[in-house]
Design a protein around this ligand. Structure first.
Ligand code: SF4
Ligand code: SF4
Length: 430
């Protein structure tokens, strides 16, 4: 009991000693207009009111009222405030970890601009302080902290995979000098990977290596730190997020590269490009951009030549939430699609209005919520079906994984590809 009280006190301190006034503003602002309800896939797919985004704000706001305001402390019944007890803690886990992908769609639609996903992340931070992060998600963070990548891939396995991919590249481009460089200093680019790539989807590494070859780029991968992901962003454990971000920062300095290119990964891009300078309290002395922006740059500058006729199938695009709503990379992927494929059909809605695939926010790691995750995926399946596309392209390996599961469950008969893959398919080598 004392143990729970100690943990509870640590969690409440996040509300009573906030780092800035933003949190208090967002906890005090909801006017319960209900406009956010229709934004959320969890509510749309189930019609269950407990999943309305404002309810996720309410649970944190009512704890704030109870412990951090005069009326809540002395007249809790009058304020409708909530005790942080075992029951509330379980409700928080279920709603904030189990029923939110941190997609940010509700925030965009809130009538007065409450940053709902920020409040959800604050609730997750409280649970993290209480050691109540679901073990399935925490194990992914632990793997990254302890081994340097979230899939615990041993270095030897990683370098073996790359050696095999390098041989394939030499054959494909018919050049014995073609290479996948490792740990080279003073290159223009340090390229990162989602560990799902060497583990399950090595062809996306080959695709990007072919693009670099065609662009005559000076680039390298690192065996010390290549993991673009940062699952501690999803658990809101800042200490662990800092450890992971610091490693990539250090490796950029160690290899003395000019540009850090973040592999196709929505949350990884957000975590290093937008959150890491805050985690590390540093202005980075190198450039950080996403692979999507780099591909668009190669095309617009004429550095790579493409033939759209090599991608004839009808293709659609799935926008990763962290890239569009939370990252501002919206038009570049459309520019790439229009220059790379013959038949590009947009989903409805798309861009910043797009629905999450259902796998964001760490959902893919939390197997205990699998049934719920695939229930909300009905919405994405229907979006894809309506396009008539045979290929779904997405610049995020988390989304790739979830979209493959959606294809399987809803019998869509589509292939899932990354942007680098369709660019590589359309490249003309001189
Ligand atoms: S961030 Fe997305 S999943 Fe979470 S409450 Fe808002 S709309 Fe729902
Ligand atoms: S739209 Fe904003 S103000 Fe309205 S209920 Fe939702 S969170 Fe509250």
């Amino acid at each position: 009991m004392d143990n729970f009280k100690n943990k509870k006190d640590k969690a409440i301190r996040i509300l009573s000693e906030p780092k800035d006034s933003k949190l208090i503003t967002h906890l005090n602002s909801c006017v319960h207009c209900g406009l956010c309800a229709e934004s959320c896939m969890y509510y749309l797919a189930t019609n269950d009111e407990k999943y309305i985004p404002a309810k996720k704000v309410d649970i944190i706001s009512s704890i704030y009222q109870r412990y951090c305001t005069f009326t809540g402390k002395y007249f809790p019944v009058l304020t409708g405030s909530k005790e942080l007890d075992e029951e509330t803690k379980d409700e928080m886990i279920d709603l904030l970890f189990g029923a939110c992908t941190l997609c940010g769609r509700c925030t965009k639609h809130c009538s007065i601009g409450v940053d709902i996903s920020y409040v959800v992340r604050t609730g997750r931070q409280m649970l993290s302080e209480m050691d109540m992060v679901p073990a399935t998600l925490q194990s992914t963070v632990n793997a990254a902290v302890q081994t340097g990548n979230n899939m615990s891939i041993p270095t030897e396995e990683f370098t073996d995979t790359l050696a095999w991919l390098e041989d394939e590249l030499k054959n494909e481009v018919n050049d014995p000098m073609a290479a996948i460089p490792l740990n080279v200093t003073n290159t223009n680019i340090l390229y990162t990977l989602n560990p799902r790539e060497p583990k399950f989807f090595p062809l996306s590494i080959s695709a990007m290596a072919k693009v670099f070859y065609a662009a005559k780029e000076s680039w390298t991968l690192s065996t010390i730190m290549y993991d673009v992901t940062n699952y501690a962003y999803f658990t809101s454990n800042n200490e662990e997020a800092i450890i992971i971000a610091q490693r990539l920062y250090d490796e950029m300095l160690n290899l003395n590269s000019n540009r850090c290119i973040l592999a196709e990964c929505g949350h990884g891009s957000r975590a290093f490009r937008w959150e890491a300078p805050n985690y590390l309290r540093k202005k980075f002395p190198f450039e950080v951009i996403t692979a999507v922006e780099l591909l668009a740059e190669y095309i617009s500058s004429g550095r790579i030549k493409l033939d759209k006729e090599l991608n004839k199938e009808v293709m659609t695009l799935h926008d990763p939430c962290n890239l569009v709503r939370e990252g501002g990379v919206i038009e570049q992927q459309r520019y790439i699609m229009k220059n790379t494929v013959c038949n590009f059909v947009e989903m409805t809605p798309h861009g910043t209005e797009n629905f999450c695939c259902g796998g964001g926010g760490g959902q893919l790691a939390m197997s205990e919520y699998n049934e719920r995750r695939m229930k909300i995926a009905e919405i994405k399946a229907e979006q894809i079906r309506r396009t008539g596309a045979k290929v779904v392209v997405t610049p995020c390996h988390n989304c790739v994984d979830q979209l493959m599961q959606i294809d399987n469950k809803f019998k869509l008969g589509v292939k899932i590809k990354t942007l680098a893959e369709i660019v590589a398919d359309a490249i003309i080598l001189e």
